[in-house]
Design a protein around this ligand. Structure first.
Ligand code: SF4
Length: 680
């Protein structure tokens, strides 16, 4: 019997695995995050094992036939190493890029960053977490001086008076977390949902606002306008714990409810109802997720909602404040240990001389040898195979062909590479394009830590041996570093890597120095920062001070600009994307679990729109945007705005339509809205 955690989302539900040949998932009721509850994906996770498509031997593309053929590990790694050496000799170190994932363990994220900076000497590394919650991270950093998805345990939600969820479908994306909303309401609290679709989460809400996609920002401006007009701003808190409110007060002065209604489509009366709820509440928690964040104004949108929470005096107060609901399993830890283009382990900025000295010291290399800041995820992919961009890409834990915005364009960039290497458990859509495919261990076959959406570091423990022929990502990275002639140590034992990671993080913003595998086992996870073995960990942040230089939170005035693409005669609708209960991210794992329904991609549209274009439920419609088109069955539902269509992104299709315009601060693409047309 092994206690471990789900292979999927950021809740990292605890579960117990039994059996060896046939793995069985059972509850782990003592683990506090989910108290034994799992969603459908968690209960069926054992189906990931033993799938007939599981890769158990490396594959190398035969240049003469164009086919991927089985190869030994030595051959495959030699092809990678010699390809890397040749390309770097001809074009310089940045000719090789690395792309990681928000589902990789902390150890893998850390070692991948070290591989890039030390063994490859490239600045070109980023990861798909850039597409997950980077806008919330940017806004939290500018407001609080620190970004931890939730600065409090998830269970604190039960004690808040009003919980506002902006762009989150928590009831479907992480169902065990929905019990906190139910308990909140049982004790008389109120749930507010802001979402263009009336989702399963909205069904649990007392107030539902359905704005035009891309207008969460003006909603927040309008709410703060009303709170200020009603005298509901906590002036003592603002004076004592924040800076910058005067500018924000001026910036919301003209956002009266009728103006917000014109822009967002949310009735002025609904906005007033929300402001009245917030003004009368003792504690308010504002949570954002991808619906609010995946926009060209994602950072500004999150900041606008943080401004609301700060004006009410909620941040740092018990059972209140602002938090982001991370999506990917290690969306939090994935960005703390150095696989982001601008960061080193410990959440240190790569252009900070002191940070470079510290990390270089742990790695045993000169600080001057570390490369600088590279391109953000989409900028990196956009540059692949160009005259000035990388010629080779190593991918761990990401299925770019399905998950990248404007995916047809990105697929063309991948095809232009001289060398594409993908480490994965199955032949994903991205692996199928690779020159070399490296079969790696998964979840129950390996140990490693994950940092969940609360900043709780948990331990996935190995329950079964991997199939013959596969290696862990850590072993692959270590073998590559060795073949590339690196003299730095690249351990492949997860606990050893974690101990090094903890040393590298010491003194950084995400300090893991006091965390060990034994402590995690004994304490049901440890919250960072945890700087010493004696430190209890930090479940709640900002009680006394924020992590800014002066300890005060920053209000930042933001303006509504709107989505990069607005509807016009050719594309009169809004397209938005999201998830369904039974699938996870690009679907590379969940689409192969037989016990999970795989209904394929579909197009959700309102009956009024369906009538206008002649669409019928279950029959094919065609969605077009400036980047491509998708033909899929219609789902006609009254729960979506009549001016909006929704497509889930777990299959090839949705992201051939999405817009790759970026938030200038976070590098987040505008996945959540673009102009679209529908026809039959
Ligand atoms: Fe829990 Fe998320 Fe796994 Fe579902 S997918 S069991 S909510 S960790």
């Amino acid at each position: 019997m092994t206690h471990t955690h789900c292979p999927y989302c950021s809740l990292q539900c605890g579960m117990t695995l039994t059996g060896r040949r046939t793995l069985e998932v059972q509850a782990w009721p003592e683990f506090p995050v989910n108290e034994g509850g799992l969603c459908r994906k968690g209960w069926t996770a054992a189906g990931l094992r033993g799938h007939r498509e599981r890769l158990t031997t490396p594959l190398v593309r035969d240049r003469s036939t164009g086919e991927l053929v089985a190869a030994s590990w030595d051959t495959a790694l030699d092809v990678v190493a010699s390809g890397v050496r040749d390309l770097q000799a001809a074009h310089g170190p940045d000719a090789v890029a690395v792309f990681g994932g928000g589902g990789l363990t902390n150890e893998k994220a850390y070692l991948l960053g070290k591989l890039a900076r030390v063994a490859l000497g490239t600045s070109q590394i980023d990861y798909n977490g850039r597409w997950c919650m980077s806008s919330a991270a940017s806004a939290s950093n500018q407001a609080f001086g620190l970004d931890r998805g939730l600065p409090f345990p998830l269970a604190d939600l039960e004690q808040t008076d009003v919980c506002v969820l902006v762009g989150s479908n928590l009831a479907e994306t992480m169902p065990p977390a929905a019990r906190h909303l139910d308990r909140l309401r049982e004790r008389g609290g109120t749930v507010v949902v802001v979402d263009p679709r009336r989702t399963a989460t909205a069904d649990r809400a007392d107030l539902v606002l359905q704005p035009v996609p891309g207008t969460d920002l003006p909603l927040a401006l309008g709410v703060l306008h009303l709170l200020d007009a009603a005298g509901a701003v906590d002036e003592d808190y603002v004076a004592a714990r924040t800076t910058g409110f005067d500018d924000v007060r001026r910036s919301v002065a003209s956002w009266w409810p009728e103006r917000v209604e014109r822009v967002s489509g949310v009735a002025a009366e609904q906005l007033r109802a929300l402001a009245t709820l917030l003004a009368g509440a003792g504690t308010v928690t504002v949570l954002t997720a991808r619906g609010a964040e995946q926009h060209t104004q994602g950072t500004a949108t999150v900041q606008a909602w943080i401004n609301v929470a700060l004006a009410l005096g909620m941040c740092g107060k018990p059972h209140a404040g602002y938090g982001c609901l991370t999506g990917q399993g290690n969306g939090q830890g994935g960005r703390e240990h150095g696989q982001k283009a601008d960061q080193l382990p410990g959440y240190r900025m790569i252009d900070d001389p002191a940070a470079r000295e510290h990390v270089a010291g742990v790695w045993g290399v000169p600080a001057a040898s570390l490369p600088g800041r590279g391109r953000s995820a989409h900028e990196l992919l956009d540059a692949l195979g160009t005259d000035t961009g990388p010629r080779a890409l190593l991918v761990h834990g990401s299925n770019i062909v399905v998950s990248a915005p404007n995916a047809t364009h990105v697929t063309e960039r991948l095809a232009a590479l001289d060398l594409l290497v993908v480490a994965d458990i199955v032949l994903s859509e991205t692996a199928a394009m690779a020159d070399v495919v490296l079969p790696v261990t998964q979840w129950a076959e390996e140990s490693g830590t994950m940092t969940n959406l609360e900043g709780r570091v948990v331990l996935r423990q190995q329950a079964v041996p991997p199939p013959a022929g596969v290696r862990s990502d850590l072993e692959v990275i270590a073998a590559l570093a060795s073949r590339l002639g690196s003299t730095a140590a690249f351990p492949s034992d997860p606990e050893e890597v974690f101990a090094e990671l903890a040393r590298a993080s010491a003194g950084g913003r995400a300090d893991y120095a006091g965390i060990t595998y034994d402590r995690i086992r004994a304490e049901h996870g440890v919250f960072w920062p945890c700087p010493t073995p004696e430190h209890p960990g930090t479940p709640r942040l900002f009680a006394d001070a924020f992590a800014t230089a002066d300890g005060r939170a920053r209000f930042v005035a933001v303006e509504h600009v709107g989505a990069a693409e607005q509807p016009d005669d050719a594309y009169p609708l809004h397209l938005t994307t999201g998830r369904v209960l039974a699938q996870y991210q690009s679907g590379a794992q969940t689409r192969r679990v037989r016990a999970l329904p795989d209904d394929g991609v579909f197009v959700e549209l309102h009956p009024m729109l369906a009538a206008r274009v002649g669409a019928r439920d279950g029959e094919a419609v065609v969605v077009t945007t400036r980047r491509g088109e998708l033909r899929a069955p219609a789902r006609v539902v009254a729960t979506i705005r009549p001016d909006t269509v929704f497509v889930p992104f777990h299959w090839v299709g949705a992201n051939r339509l999405t817009n790759d315009a970026l938030d200038p601060t976070s590098g987040m693409p505008e996945f959540k809205v673009c102009a679209a047309a529908v026809r039959t």
